[in-house]
Design a protein around this ligand. Structure first.
Ligand SMILES: [Zn+2]
Length: 146
């Protein structure tokens, strides 16, 4: 499960309730990206796109998200980068080092540094407004002006 995983992006206005696994849904109007955790656990991950949240890069073919997605609060505690429609597991770079560090320094690290560094916990985005006021017809537009 630690090999980079190919995903897909989809630009949408509203994030669908029934999401496909392996798809990063991007809503430009709501400046939000949502996906189901790419480790496969399916937990909904909301990444608000903002100067202090995540930055989305679209190169015309694929999307990237920065910084990495760290799902520390989930059971899976997965941590990965989304780069060019691909999931790079953050552990890949130094699996051994992490494993070593974990056994050796676990207690010390927890004591001294507390929680691992992770992006801000994404706040829940505002619910998209589904019902929009009906556009006025041509006639009422003509006659509706007092
Ligand atoms: Zn997960």
């Amino acid at each position: 499960m630690k090999t980079p995983r190919k995903i897909r992006h989809e630009f949408v206005e509203f994030i669908p309730k029934d999401r496909e696994a392996g798809v990063l849904y991007v809503s430009i109007p709501y400046a939000t990206a949502v996906h189901d955790c790419f480790c496969g656990c399916g937990t909904k991950v909301v990444t608000p796109i903002s100067p202090v949240g995540w930055q989305l890069t679209f190169d015309g073919e694929s999307v990237s998200l920065a910084p990495s997605v760290g799902n520390w609060s989930f059971a899976c505690r997965s941590h990965y980068f989304i780069r060019k429609d691909r999931v790079d597991w953050a552990g890949d770079m130094s699996d051994e080092a992490i494993a070593k560090g974990r056994t050796r320094d676990k207690a010390a690290r927890e004591g001294h540094f507390g929680a691992p560094v992770s992006p801000p916990v994404p706040p829940k985005p505002p619910e998209p407004e589904i019902a929009k006021p009906k556009p006025r017809g041509f006639w009422s537009w003509l006659t509706g002006r007092r």
